[in-house]
Design a protein around this ligand. Structure first.
Ligand code: ZN
Ligand code: ZN
Length: 417
C-alpha cells in the first residue's frame, strides 16, 4: 500500500542526527540565558490574531502576507504565533507582572509559524530562541543583551558573524526623520520596486531594508536615522556605543538597519553570518519601548532579540554524536531479564545502555552495536548464565574481560578511560 500521509508543506521533521544541532543550540542558549539570570516563559503557539495585527502592525510582510491565520469553530480569529515578543508582552500584561515587579528578564525557546512561500532554508514552522527585558531604559541593558547574543553566537562557533547596529530614534524624533525620508523616497519612486512603492506610505523605513539591488542603489543617498536623533536618543546611542567599545564588543554601524516592526525604538541590532556569499541575519533585536503601552499597559521600556535556530543550524558543524556506552547482547529470555537489571544499575551510574532485542543472533547484535557506535558490549550467553559472569568487550580495540555483577561497574569505568 502506498504511503498515505506526509508532513504539511513547510513543516519539517527534525530527525537524529540533525536534531543534535538543535539540542546543542538550545542547550548553549539555555546555559547563557541562565548565566545572565533570564527566566523562561512558555507561551502558547496560538494567540488571538489581533495581538499580532496590533503589535507588529499593518504594512509589514508578516501581517500582510505571512500570518498563519484562521477562524476556529467558535468564530474566533486566531493565529499561530509568527514571533515571540508580542505573546511575551501579552503574558506580561495578562498576569499583571508590570504591577508587581516591572523589571523582568525573560527568555523563550520554541516554534514560530509563518505562511511563507516555501523555499530553500525557509520553513513555515521554524524555531526561535529569544530574550525580552522589561522595565529598563538604561543603555547598559542594551549592552548586556548584545553581549549575551554574542556569547551564544560565538559559543556556537557560527563563522563570519558581523554585528550591525543602528538607532532608529523615538516618537519625539522619528516623525521628523520620516517626513524627510518620505519626501526623499517620493523623488525616486520610479527607481523602486513595487513593494517599496507601497511602503512609502505604509512603512517607509522598510524601503531602506529592501534587498533588491535597484532599491539599494536608489536609496544610497537617503537620509540616515542617526542624523535625526533627539538629544535623549543621541545620548542613549552614544552611551551604548562607548560601552560596547570599552568592552571590546565588535560592531559596525549600519544606518540601513531598520526594523519592519512598528514598536521598535532607538537601538536595533542584527547578527548576520556569511552563508554562500550572502549575509543572512541569524539574530535580530532591538528596543521596543512602546509595545507594552500599545497593548494596554503602562509605559514600559523593553529590549530583546530573537535568534533563528534553523539558520544557525545551517551554519554550524554537527556536534560530536556519542553512541551508547554499553550495548547488551543477551541471547536468551533469561539473559534479557538479567540484562535489564544490569542496565538499570549502569544507568543509575550515568551510563547509556541499549539492549539488543530486535536481532536474533550474536553476530547481528554485534553489527547493530557497531552501527550505533557503542563503546562496549556486554555479552550474556549460555556460558555467562551458567557461571553468573558477564563478558565485557571494548569495541575500539577488542579488549575483553570476564567480570561478575559485583565488579561490573568498576570494569565499565576502567574500560571507559
Ligand atoms: Zn528621540
Ligand atoms: Zn524594494
Amino acid at each position: 500500500m502506498a504511503k498515505q500521509f506526509q508532513s504539511v508543506q513547510g513543516f519539517n521533521d527534525i530527525l537524529y542526527p540533525e536534531v543534535g544541532k538543535f539540542q546543542h543550540i538550545e542547550s548553549v542558549s539555555r546555559q547563557y540565558f541562565g548565566l545572565f539570570n533570564f527566566k523562561e516563559v512558555k507561551t502558547p503557539v496560538l494567540e488571538q490574531a489581533g495581538l499580532f495585527v496590533r503589535s507588529i502592525g499593518n504594512g509589514t510582510d508578516i501581517v500582510e502576507k505571512e500570518m498563519y491565520i484562521f477562524e476556529d469553530k467558535g468564530g474566533e480569529i486566531l493565529s499561530l504565533r509568527p514571533e515571540g515578543t508580542a505573546p511575551a508582552v501579552r503574558a506580561y500584561l495578562e498576569h499583571n507582572i508590570d504591577r508587581q515587579d516591572a523589571i523582568q528578564k525573560w527568555f523563550y525557546i520554541g516554534p514560530m509559524f509563518r505562511h511563507e512561500r516555501p523555499q530553500k532554508g525557509r520553513f513555515r514552522q521554524f524555531h526561535q530562541a529569544g530574550v525580552e527585558v522589561f522595565g529598563i531604559d538604561d543603555p547598559f541593558a542594551d549592552i548586556e543583551v548584545i553581549l549575551l547574543a554574542d556569547k551564544i553566537v560565538s559559543s556556537l562557533a557560527v563563522k563570519g558573524v558581523t554585528v550591525r547596529l543602528n538607532s532608529i530614534g523615538c516618537p519625539a524624533c522619528r516623525p521628523v526623520y520620516l517626513r524627510e525620508l518620505k519626501s526623499y523616497l517620493n523623488g525616486i519612486t520610479d527607481r523602486l520596486c513595487e513593494d517599496c512603492k507601497r511602503r512609502i506610505d505604509t512603512n517607509p523605513m522598510r524601503v531602506l531594508d529592501c534587498k533588491k539591488e535597484g532599491c539599494m542603489a536608489a536609496t544610497a543617498g537617503a537620509p540616515k536615522t542617526t542624523d535625526y536623533l533627539c538629544s535623549v536618543c543621541s545620548a542613549h546611542f552614544s552611551t551604548l556605543r562607548s560601552g560596547l567599545d570599552a568592552l571590546r564588543q565588535g560592531y559596525t554601524i549600519d544606518t540601513r538597519l531598520v526594523r519592519g516592526l512598528d514598536y521598535y525604538s532607538r537601538t536595533v541590532f542584527e547578527f548576520t553570518a556569511e552563508d554562500a556569499g550572502a549575509q543572512n541575519a541569524v539574530l535580530a533585536g532591538g528596543r521596543y519601548d512602546y509595545l507594552v503601552e500599545l497593548l494596554g499597559g503602562a509605559h514600559t521600556p523593553a529590549i530583546g532579540f530573537a535568534m533563528g535556530i534553523e539558520r544557525i543550524a545551517a551554519l554550524i558543524d554537527m556536534p560530536a554524536v556519542h553512541g551508547p556506552d554499553i550495548f547488551f547482547i543477551p541471547i536468551t529470555e533469561e539473559a534479557r531479564v538479567r540484562a535489564i537489571g544490569l542496565a538499570d544499575r549502569l544507568r543509575r551510574a550515568d551510563k547509556t545502555c541499549e539492549i539488543g532485542y530486535g536481532e536474533k543472533t550474536i553476530k547481528s547484535m554485534m553489527r547493530r552495536a557497531d552501527r550505533l557506535n557503542a563503546a562496549m558490549v556486554i555479552i550474556i550467553g549460555k556460558d555467562e548464565l551458567r557461571d553468573g559472569s558477564i563478558t565485557l568487550k571494548r569495541l575500539s580495540d577488542g579488549l575483553q574481560e570476564k567480570v561478575d555483577d559485583a565488579t561490573l561497574l568498576e570494569a565499565v569505568r576502567r574500560m571507559s578511560q
